[in-house]
Ligand binder design. Sequence first.
Ligand SMILES: [Zn+2]
Length: 181
Amino acid sequence: MSNQGGRSRAKQRAKERLEKQQDIFRRKNNLLKEIRKYNDTALSTVCDPLLQSDDKSFIDKMKKILLLSENGVRISANQIGITKRVIIISPDRKTVKVMINPEIIDHSNETSISVEGCLSYPGIITQVPRYNRISVEYVDEQFNRWMDDFEGLAARIIAHETDHLNAICHNRDEWIKNKVQ
Ligand SMILES: [Zn+2]
């Protein structure tokens, strides 16, 4: 009797564990579905500056989606359908840096060519030349103004995302080229 009770309790716990995992999976999937893809109009829209008085709740959603994504190191607001000038970078995929109204105000003369992917064009990679070093002016979530220098991977991913804010994406160009062929 007691044995049977123990077994049914264990069964119940296993069922609850499974349901919890399914719930996490479902929520994760629903968030990832918010990434706009291919010819979504948000991706071809030049984004507006974010004002201090604007609703900023979408920024937390961007952080979640970026960290949930597979291999994602950066995301722009219009990649989740919000056409505001906000990007989040995560070169290490652990910490995130929010950059609002980023503006590349200076850059090195030297460029490097490297492969880039994009959350909005899964499976499409393309070689893109980028400046090795850039100076970026932006505000943080508290609207403090910053001017920072970035190099290497960080410079590359900021350049990719500021392109998105200006409705530019080399991965989209590559996707269109592949479609036409
Ligand atoms: Zn992209």
